[in-house]
Design a protein. Structure first.
Length: 328
């Protein structure tokens, strides 16, 4: 079957949903071409079907494909950022990484190696998880490509700077402690956004502060409002290379029921999208959307929220990249 894609700006875009029903065919993110259908990419969306690092409900291994399915309704122009990301740069779906579900160390190595391979030509990644364990190898690759430690904006109900679970160092509750220990984060510019819920003890917060994290809690977002939060975050990040990690459980369970460790009192999807859009112009070098667990989702609520988050991340990156066609 002919694919009938939108081609604009010299880039192969999504299948045209005005000519091919959007509910038909195999799902790629936003109906974009697969990596093997394009000559080169500026941004690749890639899946990591891995959830062997979870401490509670499993199922995030199915997250990436759920987000792809829920992304069929995305349209090519993003009015909130006034950008047509698929026209401005070449975006493609790189499929899924083949990660070992039985060996977490090997899985982490695979994610790091695949991320480095995909970014060797300057391509930027928006990764669909998978559980939050995968942020560590993705950050390793991002800082290697940036040539320096990177700033981090971490949207999550949880700190994910805990030390070990059952003696295990590599889990979905520990990636950012490991990243600080490894020196791959610029600790002048690392922040959590949306944290809430019970902790193991006050030491969790003391450790986290010692690592250098700033915290904008879910309550701060509600009480201060998104504009003040955006100003605080931008101030801290400046022009540093920035990695954004979005754990979908940053949203209230009403906005994202399909996740493994839900906490009450979270942000709305509107607040999250508004804060992300407030990052326009920053040097976004990589991003992930993790912890989508479709078995607990209803009516694609979580899938739709995650697909819009990923779309805005792609839009921010595209907006900030000079289209190669305009360089020459
Ligand atoms: N990264 C996510 N989603 N959750 C971490 C929860 C760790 C815990 O069970 O305490
Ligand atoms: Zn979380
Ligand atoms: Zn997390």
């Amino acid at each position: 079957m002919e694919e009938l894609r939108i081609t604009a700006g010299g880039h192969l875009g999504p299948i045209d949903s005005a000519r091919v029903p959007r509910y038909s065919g195999a799902a790629t993110f936003a109906r974009l071409p697969r990596l093997d259908q394009v000559d080169r990419t500026d941004i690749a969306v890639v899946g990591v079907p891995f959830d062997s690092g979870v401490s509670y409900r499993p199922g995030a291994r199915f997250g990436a494909n759920h987000v792809r399915e829920a992304s069929r309704l995305l349209r090519p122009y993003n009015p909130a950022l006034d950008v047509s990301p698929f026209e401005r740069v070449q975006v493609a779906d790189a499929g899924d990484m083949a990660v070992n579900p039985f060996n977490i160390h090997e899985a982490i190595e695979t994610v790091q190696a695949n991320a480095l391979e995909l970014t060797a030509d300057g391509t930027r990644l928006v990764t669909l998880g998978g559980d939050h364990t995968i942020a560590l190898p993705l950050l390793r690759a991002a800082s290697e490509r940036a040539g320096s430690p990177v700033a981090l904006l971490h949207f999550d109900a949880h700190l994910d700077t805990w030390d070990t679970y059952f003696g295990a160092e590599y889990t979905h509750g520990t990636p950012f402690r490991r990243a600080v220990e490894e020196g791959i984060l610029d600790t002048e510019a690392i922040s959590h956004v949306g944290t809430r819920g019970p902790l193991y003890g006050v030491k969790d917060l003391e450790d986290d502060r010692r690592f250098g994290f700033g915290i904008v809690t879910s309550s701060d977002v509600f009480r201060q409002g998104v504009d003040e939060v955006i100003a605080r975050l931008r101030d801290r990040i400046g022009d540093r290379p920035l990695y954004v990690s979005v754990d979908i459980d940053v949203l209230d369970p009403a906005h994202a029921p399909g996740t493994g460790t839900p906490e009450a009192g979270g942000m709305t999807s509107r607040e999250l999208l508004e804060i992300l859009r407030g990052l326009r112009g920053l040097n976004l070098v990589g991003a992930d959307v993790v912890e989508v667990a479709p078995a607990y989702d209803t009516a694609e609520i979580t899938g739709v929220a995650a697909s819009h988050v990923a779309y805005d991340l792609v839009s921010l990156m595209a907006d900030n990249l000079t289209p190669p066609s305009k360089e020459s």
